[in-house]
Design a protein around this ligand. Sequence first.
Ligand code: TYD
Length: 217
Amino acid sequence: MTRGLFLTFEGIEGCGKTTQLNRAAEWLAARGRVVLTTREPGGTALGQRLRHALLHARENVEPGAELLLMVADRRQHVLELIEPALAEGTDVLCDRYIDSSRAYQGAGRGLGEAAVDALHRRWCPRVPDRTYLFDCPVETALARVARRGGAGIDKFEREEIAFHRRVRTAYRRRARSEPHRFRVLDASGTPDAVFARLEKDLEALFIPRRPRATRRR
Ligand code: TYD
């Protein structure tokens, strides 16, 4: 059995990655691939509880504790869901993964990427086959978040603009340092325009492979 491909979707708040992930999943399923879509934090039952603590709980979570909780969520997610799916040939599309911790906790919170990488080496060594970075100016992305608005605004979305700038800069730096894994897609256009760019890369990744039966989750 051929292993599935592990694709991750990254970017600052409001970059539109979740919309693109869903479109990519539909695109793949329509071509006969077996697809699992998931997200971090919160891809497992334990992860749901951690997600609530990380994004919506009232207590102040210290930055190092925040990093450890993100990695705890990831460890559980990788072992419980991601690895078994990949092993049975399912393609896994994950909304945020290791690069989020590098960008948000490493750069945004100032913990340093070395501290983040040390934890990943020990607890989550699986590296994605492809990472899409949806990149656009912080102002454009935050304006989208503000329009979305409502009670759904989480702790990270309320951070100051300098925080989001550090996150964006860290993402772009990481993408430059791993050009084989990353594809940086300009996320400032319409969803259709962004997907047209994503589709080109999906074609390059998947078309040479033999299609299989569909199973959606
Ligand atoms: P997400 O559900 O992607 O929120 P949004 O839809 O607003 O993009 O992610 C939740 C938040 O968690 C997001 O603001 C980024 C943050 N986060 C980290 O800080 N570190 C991490 O390792 C992960 C996975 C997420």
